[in-house]
Design a protein around this ligand. Structure first.
Ligand code: DGL
Length: 268
C-alpha cells in the first residue's frame, strides 16, 4: 500500500487519454498531470530540445510526493525514456513497450502499422522494441504531423472534412500494405479513433498507447505492492499556458470538466 501520487506529463492535452484510463483502472490513486501547452507540439523537435523540456516537466512533478511517473507523450517516450529513467528516482512508464506488447499479441497477419509524430517515427524506437518482441513482425511506420494540431483545434470528429481528408491521405498506404493492427503511437490520436478506424476498416485493431501505458503502470504498482487503498483518488491538473484554454479542451479528453492551474515551467 502506497498513498503517494502518480505523476503524468505530456506536451499538451493528449496525455489526458492516459489519465482517463489510469482513473478507470485505478480509481483509488491520486494523479498529478502536467500538460506543457506553452510549448506544444513536441512532435517536430530535436532530441536535445525534448530532453530539456522533459527534464523541466519532471522537475515540476518532483515538487509533489510521487511514487511513479507515466510519460504520456509518445515523442518523449521514443526519444528520451532511457536517459530519463537513468536520471530519475521513480519508476517511469513510457508508452512504447506496453503498446508493442499489445500489438504483438493481437496481430494475426504479423503486419503492424504505426502512426506517430515525426520525432517518434524518426527515433526508430518502436521498430527496435518490435524487433525484440518478434523479429518476424513487419512494421510500417508513418509520421502524421498534422494530426496533433488538428486535435488541439478540436477538429477530430467523424464528418469533419478537414480531418477526414488528412486521415485518408496519410493512412491509405497502410491500408494498401494490409496491416491488421495499427498502433496509435501518439497520445492525441485516440480522439481520432473513429476517423482512423473509418479509414482503416473494421478488420484493423487500433492500439491506444495511453491506455496500454496506464495498464503497464497499474501492473508495475501492483507488482511492487504500491497501489493505494483509499476509496476514491483525486486528480490535479497543471498547464504551462492559459488554464481556460486547457480546461475547455481537457473536458473532451476526460469526459468531464476539471479545475486547472497554470504554472511557469521556465522556472524549473
Ligand atoms: N501527445 C504527444 C505524443 O504522444 C505529443 C504530440 C506533440 O506534442 O507533437 O507524441
Amino acid at each position: 500500500m502506497n498513498p503517494k501520487s502518480i505523476g503524468v506529463f505530456d506536451s499538451g492535452l493528449g496525455g489526458l487519454t492516459a489519465v482517463r484510463q489510469l482513473r478507470r483502472l485505478m480509481p483509488s490513486e491520486n494523479i498529478i498531470y502536467f500538460g506543457d501547452t506553452a510549448r506544444v507540439p513536441y512532435g517536430n523537435r530535436s532530441r536535445e530540445t525534448l530532453l530539456q523540456y522533459a527534464r523541466q516537466d519532471l522537475r515540476f512533478l518532483r515538487t509533489f510526493n510521487l511514487k511513479a511517473v507515466v510519460i504520456a507523450c509518445g515523442t518523449v517516450s521514443t526519444n528520451c525514456l532511457e536517459t530519463l529513467r537513468e536520471e530519475s528516482c521513480w519508476p517511469i512508464t513510457g508508452v512504447v513497450e506496453p503498446a508493442v506488447e499489445r500489438a504483438a499479441a493481437v496481430t494475426r497477419s504479423g503486419k503492424i502499422g504505426l502512426v506517430a509524430t515525426r520525432a517518434s517515427v524518426a527515433s526508430g524506437a518502436y521498430e527496435r522494441v518490435f524487433r525484440r518482441a518478434d523479429p518476424a513482425l513487419e512494421v510500417h511506420a508513418l509520421a502524421c504531423p498534422l494530426f496533433v494540431p488538428l486535435v488541439e483545434e478540436g477538429r477530430y470528429r467523424p464528418g469533419d472534412v478537414v480531418i477526414e481528408t488528412v486521415a485518408r491521405e496519410y493512412l491509405t498506404p497502410l491500408v494498401e500494405a494490409g496491416v491488421d493492427t495499427l498502433v496509435l503511437g501518439c497520445t492525441h490520436y485516440p480522439l481520432l479513433s473513429e476517423v482512423i478506424g473509418g479509414v482503416m476498416g473494421p478488420g484493423v485493431t487500433l492500439v491506444d498507447v495511453g491506455a496500454e501505458a496506464a495498464r503497464a503502470c497499474r501492473d508495475l504498482l501492483a507488482a511492487g505492492d504500491a497501489l493505494a487503498e483509499r476509496e476514491t483518488g483525486s486528480a490535479r491538473f497543471y498547464t504551462s499556458d492559459r488554464a481556460v484554454n486547457f480546461q475547455r479542451l481537457a473536458a473532451l479528453f476526460l469526459g468531464e470538466e476539471e479545475p486547472v492551474e497554470q504554472v511557469d515551467i521556465f522556472q524549473y
